[in-house]
Ligand binder design. Sequence first.
Ligand code: TRP
Length: 329
Amino acid sequence: MGDIVFSGMRPTGRLHLGHMAGALSNWVLFQENHECYYSIVDWHALMSDYADPSKMRGNAREVLLDWLAVGLDPQKCSIFVQSHVKEHIELHLALSMIAPLGWLERCPTYKEQILNLRNKDLSTYGFLGYPVLMASDILVYKASKVPVGEDQTAHLELARELARRFNNFYGDVFPEPATMLTHNPKIPGTDGRKMSKSYGNSLDIADEIPALDKKIRTMVTDPARERRTDPGEPEKCPVWDLQKFFNHDEEQMNEIAAGCRGAAIGCIDCKKMLMAHVSEHMTPVRERRKRYEGRDSELNDILAEGAKRARETAGRTMSEVYDALSMPK
Ligand code: TRP
């Protein structure tokens, strides 16, 4: 058997093209030749949103639809909700026994979040353990590859350290998971900043083609190119970043770059060409999403089947863990 892959996303709502071009495109590739577990990590969401979890269920559904839309295939990978597989929590408790407070308090994401999310009280026991739960997610499947973005590298390092510490105390149970940095093509939002739901600048996976069209039409361009007759600089234009991801017509790309620099084409022309490529890429995505929307029982079956497969693997690991810990049989 080859490598086992695990990754997860918190159910924070609809995903955007940044998620699609970054994380998810890698996940879709991995499912072709790896045993993959992809989890909607609701316990992790609760760690920061414990005061109002009312949106979580709906958000989890949107995430599932977006995953299916971009081509995650429940025949090829196990898709499930973290809280449906209790083994995550069991391992979390076991690892919390050996997780030194210093490691957790020193974790850069912990310090940062406490400072940044001032409107939430994150000085909780649960939130301090965020990376311990994350390590449990990974180790309970003995995953050796974990595709994540740069922001998760400290957590992955902690997962390796916890695996090592466990193995030192109780014997070899866990392989050390490797970080697979997902290459993140630059996908700016409509205002040119990093695409993010909280900025209100995102192009969503769930958007209809006309909605994407409208957002792209009003998207900011090279700010120095004020008039149609001004020359522009593609490398300073967020629309160009999208062209680089969606437009694979090399000849047209050269024409656009030259046309922009020489003011031979306008931003509207460039955006029209981009939109044709976005439409070509997103139409099948949109169609797949539509096919699943509202089919609750089919979606529940996908999650039930995913959780069942996940439980089989996780259950095997946990019986090794209980043995290693000399827990009474
Ligand atoms: N912390 C990750 C994030 O916010 C989500 C996550 C939870 C995860 N458990 C994981 C990612 C395990 C990879 C592996 O993006």
